[in-house]
Design a binder for this molecule. Structure first.
Ligand code: BT5
Length: 260
């Protein structure tokens, strides 16, 4: 079982079925953050994936920390698509669908970027857009999955892992490849037909739908009930002031992660 908890380039490559995602992979046993590594090597080809066994400064959104112990997957995909900035937030949703397909168990998505299994967060996604010295824009899609992690720091009571949810040790090399295989599939559909082509799949997994939420964006907070995820990936929330839509933001779902 020990080999499953360790990234092996050979096992990974044998499993990879992609044309370009992960065809160039940079592996580090430890780094600060794979998103930072990806940004510092943004001259690498489209689809390059930066993988680490652990991170010392794993990052979430809004400068939050991402706990990154050994036994997880920490990967950042460098993308150079010909798309406008508005699409960046949709890429987070695309990656969420890919992770759900790859793990293959009953996973839900808490809009926009959490993968939830048995009401616990097993994966987070951080998509960032940057530009190189010549002003060429690129996207880094960072994915952190709690695979075989058994215990989390005290401050993370709602973190879970695939191992804890299923009782089995997962193969890190295979799952890393599976995420890339699925990401390329979903991205192909997305590039050809837009988010609308996968919106129903996202909605079918979306834990926010028909739930009471508090949505925080900028320095505003509103309460309401989620009525839809729109064909462009925005969340529609029915509030006392009418329906508002959000492209990004923080959502607390009543009844999830201890939120009452
Ligand atoms: C995220 O942010 O969920 C995005 C996480 C992205 C991590 C990947 S790993 C590879 C790449 N390199 C990086 O440096 N980052 C990306 P957010 O929605 O802001 O959630 C952060 C919150 O999740 C924290 O404030 C904690 O409450 C909680 N958290 C931290 N570590 C966790 C973990 N390992 N599992 C579950 N929850 C965690």
């Amino acid at each position: 079982m020990f080999y499953k908890n360790k990234f092996s380039q050979k096992r990974f490559e044998n499993r990879l079925r992609t044309r370009y995602i992960g065809r160039n992979t940079v592996y580090q046993s430890v780094c600060k953050s794979t998103n930072l590594t990806a940004k510092s090597q943004c001259d690498m080809p489209d689809g390059t994936v930066f993988v680490a066994a652990r991170q010392t400064n794993g990052r979430g959104r809004l400068g939050r920390d991402w706990s990154s112990a050994k036994g997880g997957i920490y990967m950042s995909v460098l993308l150079k698509p010909d798309i406008d900035a508005e699409i960046v937030s949709q890429l987070t949703l695309i990656a969420a669908i890919a992770v759900c397909r790859a793990i293959g168990i009953d996973a839900q998505i808490k809009w926009p970027n959490d993968i939830v299994v048995n009401d616990r967060k097993v994966c987070g996604i951080l998509t960032e857009m940057s530009a190189d010295a010549d002003g060429n824009t690129f996207i880094v899609c960072g994915i952190g999955i709690n695979v075989n992690i058994r215990c989390f720091p005290n401050g993370l009571p709602y973190a879970g892992s695939l191992r804890r949810a299923t009782g089995k040790t997962w193969d890190i090399s295979h799952l890393t490849a599976d995420v890339m295989n699925e990401l390329e599939n979903v991205l192909d559909t997305f590039t050809k037909h837009g988010f609308t082509a996968v919106a129903d799949e996202y909605k079918s997994r979306c834990v926010n739908l028909n739930r009471e939420v508090t949505l925080t964006y900028g320095n505003r907070s509103v309460c309401g009930t989620v009525t839809d995820v729109l064909p462009n990936g925005e969340l529609a929330v029915n509030t006392a002031d009418g329906v508002i839509t959000a492209k990004s933001g923080e959502v607390s779902v009543r009844g999830l992660y201890g939120y009452v």
